[in-house]
Design a protein around this ligand. Sequence first.
Ligand SMILES: [Mg+2]
Length: 435
Amino acid sequence: MKIVELVTKDLRFPTSQDRSGSDAMNPDPDYSAAYVLIKTQEGLYGHGFTFTIGRGNELCVAAIEALAPKVLGRTLEEIVQDFSGFWRKLTRDSQLRWLGPEKGVIHLATAAIINGLWDLWAKVEGKPLWKLLVDLSPEALIKTIDFRYIQDVLSPEEALELLKSRWPGRAEREQEVLKNGIPAYTTSVGWLGYSDEKIRSLCRKALQEGWEAFKLKVGASLDDDRKRCRIVREEIGHRTLMLDANQVWEVEEAIEWVQALAEFQPLWIEEPTNPDDILGHARIAQALAPIKVAAGEQIHNRIMFKQFFQAQALGYCQIDAARLGGVNEVLAVLLIAAKFGVPVCPHAGGVGLCEYVQHLSIFDFIALGGPLEQRRVEYVDHLHEHFVNPVQISHGRYLAPSAPGYSSEIKADSIERFTFPYGSFWNKEARSWKD
Ligand SMILES: [Mg+2]
């Protein structure tokens, strides 16, 4: 199955219009996807994307195009037969590597291509991605992972043993997922740009829908945060509350600020400070226990995650399917997290991230076991209507997807409307609200 064409699209959705997605660091995101269609000679397509929040999305598109020659002309069979070798070739181009390595725009582009290839593979196999992963033998799964730079904490042999040791109970866990789905939490109630009344009414609506866990954005004003936490606690009672600061604080400031909110009993504080500050996160985690520290949406590769775990800096691991270098690198992080006993609660929202990460969490639970209720997948209620196979949510849980692929295909008419800057939305409607 020869790959003959890669078509890229710069897709931007005008979420800044109603401040959906607004937080202390990002007041006006336009959720965007640098999207790639990977076409085979037979006319099949793999669909992949990375996620950005607007301006600069074109840089990711250009980086995908720079990597495209490494994919063109290869067959899907030769890629997946030695997927770790292919992954290494894609990330180790001696000139392109200078742009990262394995971070920033070039790694976001890697994610788009690699995820598109997994989508294609799953479609060819006629399985949803999570099922493709679950059905791979431990030996085959290990062969997709590049263990370079993580062997001091996890060698391929150790990873194999880990997968085999968690083998018992897989069939029961798969049945459990198919029956009940996987737990989620909602971030839709507490964007920073929302009024008190809107937060209160969204909490009530979410409770009616059966949600049990709620995340609130904090970090702009302590008085305001106290007021908003009080509103949410009043509405949700004893249910789970998480807080997310989106990197706005200094290390000591984070400790003081969260201590001032401790009375509201949050489960975790997410991204309290700069995502590269491993020791800062460790210091915050130590000072705030039993409140946990969560991070990962901007932890950009397996080597960084390795060090966060080594430093005991994370209570919850929030992998991002479009920030790590696609499924292969996510698998590496899931295995290291399992070794350190840190639950994985993926970052989602944006555009299409919910569609992606549901597969990864389902695989994580079935293959690696442990308590299901500790794994909560983020859920945000926008932009799902643009996907051919959108997520299905019921009573605060993701239902296991059944369509073949990685749920990453965007509808043709959405691509036409939201391609930037010449799609029909940006050409006409956009002018009327931006001018
Ligand atoms: Mg976050």
